[in-house]
Design a protein around this ligand. Structure first.
Ligand code: PEP
Ligand code: CO
Length: 451
């Protein structure tokens, strides 16, 4: 039976099939962890989720653009200040490029401070010739290649909570404490980026922004007193995959009396867990956060209709973000019927392009990679489909890192296939490096100008 709003509770999802949940070996240990999580403070405040909802409402109406970006999966080993700072720098650079290029506000949402769990298509994987349970993220088990290490351990959910808290704390400090000040726009360019064509283009753009600021000052605007120049909002998001993590962090907002999943500002439902009769759609239908849903090449207009009805019955602008990940080949055919279906429902949605997840390939030696050209081709197809449909291409969703990794091939200072093993560090999918991300931002800004 489909559960209606009146029967929703934070645990009503338990009546329904929940895909992609780890097989925790000890149910009592899991129950104890859930209990502990439910007594810990929320990671975000419901009022913040509402502020993001309002910002996404602007996106759904074509007055802003969404940049959602971060790791494929965050590691428990890599939670240092430099790693967070470098990621933030690239996010701020990309956002400056998009804002300046399109002259629109850019809503910045990180795949950060909680992006710890992975859905997997296959239950097992072969590592160095040995078949092991597939790696599902550090919040479930270790990535070490032994069967013992791959046994799910619920204590890791608690570790995930604390790592999210410390990451979020530093993110708040950086974004509100002066680091993201627009007058520092030059300082976000890192050495390994600055020398590249995209980095040089960025220097020129940063000069222009500085000139614009000096102009404002010259005509008498007191820049020191303009808070928007000195602080930014970077919201958090992750795939709401592990419902045993999301449920205990769901709290009733004291101001509105409504339930919010306080593990992040925005949560999304993955391609593998978005079935309308499943536990994930049920759970997220009942919390008031902004919700995203990934849509792969097999998504149908009926899926879109059902998701709109279930997840945004009150037609709240900004509540529902549909993240299309169709592949460079498929996007031109697969997307238009879905745009039409969403439009027919009259439910406001934010349309975002994830040009990463359907463009995964393997090199002849078996390394997982993505071609920069395929990523751009999907983005072009996404923008073209919106142009034809008269709908707003609301944003991009990408996997990147601030580091100088070699995981995706191509870009204007191309990473070559034979260079992939130089610095391949991702625990899961290949990410764009800092240069490639900036390059992508410039190209997306061009696509936006062409709308
Ligand atoms: C992801 O975003 O990392 C992911 C697994 O995406 P999808 O659900 O689209 O496959
Ligand atoms: Co991924």
């Amino acid at each position: 039976m489909a559960i209606t709003e009146s029967t929703w509770t934070p645990s009503s999802w338990r009546e329904l099939p929940a895909r992609q949940q780890p097989e925790w070996p000890d149910p009592a240990a899991l129950a104890a962890v859930r209990e502990r999580l439910s007594s810990l403070p929320p990671l975000v405040f419901a009022g913040e989720a509402r502020a993001l909802l309002a910002a996404l409402g602007e996106v759904s109406e074509g007055r802003a653009f969404l940049l959602q970006a971060g790791d494929c999966v965050e590691s428990f080993r890599d939670v240092s200040a430099p790693a967070i700072r470098e990621k933030l720098k690239v996010l701020l650079q990309m956002s400056a490029v998009l804002t300046y290029g399109a002259m629109l506000p850019v809503v910045k949402v990180g795949r950060i401070a909680g992006q710890f769990a992975k859905p997997r298509s296959e239950p097992t994987e072969i590592v160095d010739g040995v078949e092991l349970p597939s790696f599902r993220g550090h919040v479930v088990h270790s990535d070490e290649a032994t069967p013992e290490a791959r046994v799910p351990d619920p204590e890791r959910l608690v570790h995930g909570y604390y790592q999210a808290a410390s990451t979020l704390n530093l993110l708040r400090a950086f974004t509100k404490g002066g680091f993201a000040d627009l007058t520092l726009v030059h300082s976000w360019n890192r050495e390994f980026v600055a020398g590249s064509p995209a980095g040089q283009r960025y220097e020129a753009l940063a000069d222009e922004i500085e000139r614009a600021l000096r102009f404002m000052q010259a005509i008498g605007i007191d820049l020191a007193r303009e808070p928007t120049l000195h602080e930014v909002d970077v919201w958090t998001s992750h795939e709401g995959l592990l419902l045993d993590f999301e449920e205990p962090l769901t709290r009733t907002d004291s101001l509105t009396g409504r339930p919010y999943d306080c593990s992040a500002h925005m949560l999304w439902i993955g391609e593998r867990t978005r079935d309308l009769t499943g536990a994930h759609v049920e759970f997220f239908s009942g919390v008031d956060n902004p919700i995203g849903v990934k849509l792969g090449p097999t998504a149908t207009p009926q899926d879109v209709l059902g998701l709109c009805e279930r997840l945004n019955p009150n037609r709240v602008p900004g509540r529902l973000t549909l993240i299309a990940r169709m592949g460079a080949e498929g996007v031109r055919d697969a997307l238009p019927p879905l745009l039409q279906a969403a439009r027919d429902t009259e439910v406001p949605v934010v349309w975002v392009c994830d040009p990463m997840h359907a463009n995964l390939i393997r090199t002849p030696s078996g390394t997982k990679t993505r071609r920069f050209d395929s990523i751009m081709a999907e983005l072009q197809g996404f923008f073209a489909a919106h142009r034809e449909a008269g709908t707003w291409p609301g944003g991009v969703h990408i996997e990147f890192t601030g580091e100088d990794v070699t995981e995706c091939v191509g870009g204007s200072e191309a990473v070559l296939e034979e260079q992939l093993d130089r610095r391949y560090e991702s625990l899961c999918d290949p990410r764009l490096n800092g240069r490639q991300s900036l390059d992508l931002a410039f190209r997306v800004a061009e696509l936006m100008r062409g709308i």
